[in-house]
Design a protein around this ligand. Structure first.
Ligand code: EPU
Length: 422
């Protein structure tokens, strides 16, 4: 079992380069199955969820070649129907995108129920509603989800009861080659939805409106391969922005799209942090007292739920009483017990976390309870005096590329250790 050992209390100084966005890359990797040709994907982050997704597609019959650290060629022409490796698919949430891709290509799809972070109930009813509207029959039980259609999928008008990222992406993929026009109303507007639409359009699809709440998809007969570069990861970038503020550092975070970071930037500025925006970087500097704020997560362009735990650490270090409300996920506050072990004063009441600021956090032995919670533990440990050990770091490795190397390069005392040298 590997752990992280962090000796905190040092300001982070320098530049961190941001990789491609995991949550944009996942639907795009699975959408290559629908494309049924050779796609070259650039800027894929080197994280375990992406490796798992590539392995799933390879085991389905695709030929995958690594061209450089972040570029892969994926030839899906020999992918077979009904070939998803269920054990691997079960490991991650994003594997459910294989449903839209297989259904669109073969008229049938089967996969296990998706895994991923335990953030409360994460139903897939909106995915199912979309597939059924396109003409598929969907069955869902403990074994997994199966979809099939006797005749080709036909475009439909679909109103999403929840602006779900996963359902919007899955329906877009399935509808790209359906007959006629599909309209998704109350669609998710996240940048990764726009990235998926751009990828599919670069392969010959006809999708408009991505990034707004109404997406229109005119089905095309056939897609073709090509080259596509994934957008930078706004959550990785936001995590390092907070680490800069929590350690009273001065970090330039490069290779970002500052517009995607707007809500994080605004909240940091409200807390008294200095954020300077360039064309493709943000510089975050702070040395003073953090001000309390109120934060409520929401669907994009609202405050991202995937920044909830990281911001919570900052609120723990702010003067006064802050309130953090989670309105996207059912249950996202399990990590607060770990912060309390480090001296934080947090009381969770339903969807609200009430936080009373403390002068500093203490080192402790803590766990990464999920991916973003793990990132929050790293930030807390970097800000705390003394040596913190973080366990269950496989969660962090699902979504943060070379976290240790990136943080060491800007002055952090962080090391991966195994049980034997702990
Ligand atoms: N929801 C439904 N029905 C559905 C689908 C979703 O009720 O059919 C609800 C969920 O229960 C949740 C809300 O809608 O309360 C949002 O879910 P969404 O479908 O938007 O999220 P997701 O596709 O399951 C993706 C990311 C998450 C990120 C969320 C929100 C991937 C693989 N996962 O999950 O990422 O938190 O969108 O932005 O893209 C992470 O990277 O750490 C992570 C958890």
């Amino acid at each position: 079992m590997e752990k992280l050992r962090i000796s905190g209390g040092r300001p982070l100084l320098g530049t961190i380069n941001i990789g491609g966005m995991k949550n944009a890359a996942l639907p795009i990797i699975f959408a290559t199955v629908l494309v049924n040709d050779i796609c070259v994907l650039e800027n894929l982050p080197d994280v375990s969820d992406i490796k798992t997704a590539l392995e799933i597609v390879r085991l389905m019959g695709a030929e995958i070649k690594q061209i450089d650290n972040y570029t892969y060629s994926i030839d899906t022409r020999s992918v077979r129907s009904n070939s998803v490796p269920l054990d691997l698919a079960r490991k991650m949430r994003g594997s459910y995108y294989v449903l839209g891709a297989e259904l669109g290509r073969f008229g049938r799809a089967f996969t296990s129920l998706p895994g991923g972070c335990n953030l409360g109930a994460r139903p897939i009813d909106q995915h199912i509603k979309g597939f059924e509207a396109l003409g598929a029959t969907v069955n869902c039980n403990d074994q997994g989800v199966s979809c099939y259609t006797e005749s080709p999928l036909v475009g439909a008008s679909i109103y999403m009861d929840v602006a779900s990222v996963g359902a919007t992406a899955n329906i877009m993929i399935a509808a790209a080659t359906a007959k006629g026009k599909t309209v998704i109303d109350n669609a998710a507007r996240e940048p990764h939805i726009v990235d998926l639409a751009n990828f599919l359009n670069s392969c010959g699809a006809n999708i408009s409106g991505a990034g707004t709440e109404v997406i229109k998809i005119h089905g095309v007969e056939k897609l073709h391969g090509g080259n596509y570069a994934i957008i930078p990861d706004m959550i990785e970038a936001g995590t390092y922005m907070i680490a800069a503020a929590a350690t009273k550092g001065d970090l330039t975070i490069s290779n970002v799209i500052p517009r995607h970071l707007e809500t994080t930037t605004r909240k940091l500025v409200e807390m008294g942090v200095n954020v300077e925006e360039g064309d493709d970087y943000v510089r975050v500097r702070f040395d003073g007292k953090l001000k309390k704020v109120r934060i409520k997560t929401d669907f994009y362009p609202g405050f991202p739920t995937d920044m909830n735990p990281q911001f919570c650490v900052l609120l723990c270090l702010a003067e006064g009483h802050s309130v953090l409300t989670e309105s996207v996920m059912d249950s996202r506050f399990k990590y607060t017990d770990e912060l309390v072990r480090m001296g934080a004063k947090i009381s969770v009441q339903g969807r609200d976390a009430h936080i009373d600021g403390v002068a500093s956090l203490n080192s402790a032995n803590v766990r990464a309870v999920d991916l973003r919670a793990g990132a929050a533990m790293v930030i807390a440990a970097l800000s705390a005096n003394g040596k913190t050990i973080i366990e269950d770091i496989h969660h962090i490795e699902r979504g943060y590329e070379d976290l240790v190397g990136k943080l060491r390069a800007v002055g952090a005392d962080i090391k991966k250790i195994s049980d034997t040298n702990a």
